[in-house]
Ligand binder design. Sequence first.
Ligand code: ADP
Length: 519
Amino acid sequence: MSDHYERVKIELQQMKEVENEAAADEEQLSPATASSIPADVSFTARRDLSRSSVNGRSRSKSRSKSRSKADGHERQVNGKQLADPTAQKSDSSQGQSRVSNEPNLHIKGTARLLKSKTAANGHVESCLRHTDGKCEHHGKEDGRKAVKKRRGVTVDTSKAKTSLEALKMSIRQLKWKEFPMGRRTACDIYWHGVSFHDNENIVSGQVNKFPGMIEMLRKINLSRAVRTMHELFPEEYNFYPRSWILPEEYQLFSTQIRLLKDNDSTLKPTFIVKPDSGSQGDGIYLIRDPADLRVISGAQIKQAVVQDYIQKPLLIDKLKFDIRLYVLVRSLEPLEIYIAKEGLSRFCTEPYQEPSQKNLSHVFMHLTNYSLNVHSGNFVHSDSCSTGSKRTFSSILYRLASKGVDIKKVWSDIIALVIKTVIALVPELKVYYQADIPPGKPGPTCFQILGFDILLTKNLKPILLEVNANPSMRIEHEQEVSPGVFEYVPSPVDEEVKVGVIRDTLRLMDPAQRKQHAT
Ligand code: ADP
C-alpha cells in the first residue's frame, strides 16, 4: 500500500471509570524508558499529578469510580464554547497547574515497521544498497503499481501553492484527476498550501490540513504541550530541550541560570532564542547569559522560546546537520500516524565548534536551516543523495551503519519521539477539530503531513527541535546563477523524497482505501 511510510497506530482513550486504585498504583511499578520501545510500541499511561509514568506493555486495566468532574469541562476555541472531550489535557493557555484536577488518560499505542517481502525496511533499505551515492528513483515503478488500482480519484489543487509541482507529479503517477482551478462539484481530496481555511465551505471529502495545527505547532504551544507531558512522564519526554517561554518566564529563566552559575562557576551554558512564530532560522540567536536576551522589539515585547542549546551534536564531515522527517497524521480518532521512511538531512556550511563567545553569531556553524546556508559560499548543491549540503536521511543512516552504529535503535528512538510528540498535541487538536467540524454536521475529514526537525546528539540521542505544520514541499532549490542572482532549479534530492511522500500520502488517503480500512 505504501512504500515510503512506516505505519504507526495509536489509540487514546479517556478513562472515565477508575474502579481499582490498587490496580492503578501497580501500573507505575515498571516504567518503560524510551529506549526500550522498539519498533513495536505499546504503553499504557495514567495522566494525573500524583502518579505519572508511561508503563510497559500488558498492564492490567484499571477499574474504579470516576474521581473527577472534569468531564463537563468547557473551553473556548475560535470564540466557540465547547464541551471539551479532552479535558484531561492541561490548557496550554493556563500553564500546567490544572493537570492535578483532571481525569486519567489511557494511552494504548502500537507502532509497527511495515515490512515488505524484499526489503526489511522498505525505502530506507533500498537506498542503503546504493554504494555509489546515487539514489534510485522509485517513481515510475510506484506509478505502475498504482495504475493497476486506478480509480480516478479527484484532487482540487487550486490552493496547493509551493507544493503544486510535487503534487502534480504525484497525481500524474497515480493517474488520478487534478482540478487546478477547483471544481463546481465536490472533489475527493482538497490540497491546501497553508491552512484548513484556505478553501472555505468544504462539506465533504478530505482536506490535507487540520484546523488548529498551525497554532498548536507554534514554538510556544509546542513547548507547552511537550513540557506538560514531561512533567507527567519525565523519563519518556526527555527528548525536548529544557525551554522557557518569553516574556512570561524571563524572571524564572534569569534566576535559574544565575543559581546554576553560582553553584558551579565553571559552567558555561549556551541558549538558543527562537521567535514564537518564526521559521527558516529567522530571528534566531545564541546567548550565554540571560542579560543578552533581546526581549524588547520597539515598544513590543517579543514572544519567544529560549532553550538549552545542544552543544554536542553528531557531526558528519565535521559539520552539524539536522533531520527533516515527514509524518502523516491520517486521523485523530483513532489516532493514526505514518512516518516516512525517507527524509532529508540539512547540513551547516561551516565546520562545527562548540559555542564560545567568539563564534556565537556564526549562523552557518550553528543553524542547519537550508534557507540560511544556501546563501553561504560553501553550500554544495549535489544531484547525489549522499553528498552535498542536503542529503537523504537514508544516506546518513547508511554512513552511520558503515561505522558500526546500531541504526535500528536510532530509527526506533526516532519513531518513539514522533509518537510521543503527536500524543502531546492530540487533545488540543481535537478541540480545534470539534470547533470547525462539529460532530453531526456535514464537513470534510482531515489529514496532514508534518515536518519533524530532529537533531542527533553525539551519543545518537534524537532531540526534537520543532515540528512544521507546513513543511516545504518545493522540489526546486535556490541557486546563485550569477553573483547575487538566485533562481529556482530542479533538485533531484528534494524530488526523490517529497514526491514519494506526497504520492504515498495520496495513496493512503484514497477514499476506496479508507472505506476498506474502516470495514
Ligand atoms: P526555525 O523554525 O526558524 O527553523 P528551529 O527551531 O528549527 O527554528 O531552529 C533553527 C535551527 O537552529 C535548527 O535547524 C537547528 O540547526 C538549530 N537549533 C534549534 N534548536 C536548537 C537547540 N536546542 N540546540 C542546538 N541547535 C538548535
